[in-house]
Design a protein around this ligand. Structure first.
Ligand code: TMP
Length: 198
């Protein structure tokens, strides 16, 4: 990871499936007039990655390379041009997802981290921390478990813990928000953290 030397700030919202990253990131971007974007993207490579994680037969390394390739394309084509213009970007997932999910799926953590050497570090990362029961309940309400290889109870539990220990592994500004509460309560905290920081 390299320093973000662009004029715009990069804010990342992260967390396990069902943590509410999309809801919170969209709301934050809209309330603060920042640019919202998400990973994996809807582009060619992003769609291929979706296919791979539904299929389940691809190696963890191939999936990691797919996510990383989608991410660098996203950075070059969309995110960096905004940052260069001084526009703040709110990212719904970023390399933290790869560090947690792909390493838990079997790819070497250091290798996954190395793939992101040239990716700019966010100015702030908010991790939506949520308990397993809440996650399972939300996914069940949405469309049920099993939409991709990661949506399994045991794996999701590992992902929750993976996010908790991420802070000690990477040196960057990270704030944990208790996301087991209502969308409104969670957003109050997310917004407060962003207002205090910028
Ligand atoms: P989404 O549900 O937020 O669209 O994310 C799609 C799934 O892909 C979700 O289970 C998290 C996973 N994922 C990774 O495993 N690695 C990544 O780098 C990204 C961006 C997502």
């Amino acid at each position: 990871m390299r320093k973000n030397d662009y004029d715009g700030n990069m804010i990342v919202i992260e967390g396990v499936d069902g943590a509410g990253t999309t809801t919170q990131a969209r709301r934050l971007a809209s309330k603060t007039s920042k640019y919202y974007t998400f990973e994996n993207t809807n582009g060619l490579v992003g769609r291929k990655v979706d296919e791979m994680i539904k299929d389940g037969s691809y190696s963890a390394e191939t999936v990691a390379l797919g996510f990383a390739c989608d991410r660098y394309l996203h950075l070059e084509e969309e995110v960096i041009p905004k940052l260069e213009k001084g526009i703040d970007v709110v990212m719904d997932r970023y390399y933290h997802s790869s560090l947690v999910y792909q390493s838990l799926a079997g790819a070497d953590y250091g290798w996954v981290k190395g793939l992101h050497k040239e990716a700019p570090k966010p100015d702030l990362t908010i991790i939506l921390d949520v308990d397993l029961d809440t996650v399972l309940e939300r996914i069940e309400k949405r469309d049920g478990l099993g939409n991709n290889i990661f949506e399994k109870k045991r794996f999701l539990k590992k992902v929750i813990n993976g996010y908790k220990s991420l802070e000690v592994k990477i040196e960057e500004e990270m704030v944990y928000v208790d996301a087991s509460r209502s969308k409104e309560k969670v957003f109050q905290d997310v917004y407060k953290v962003v207002r205090e920081r910028f």
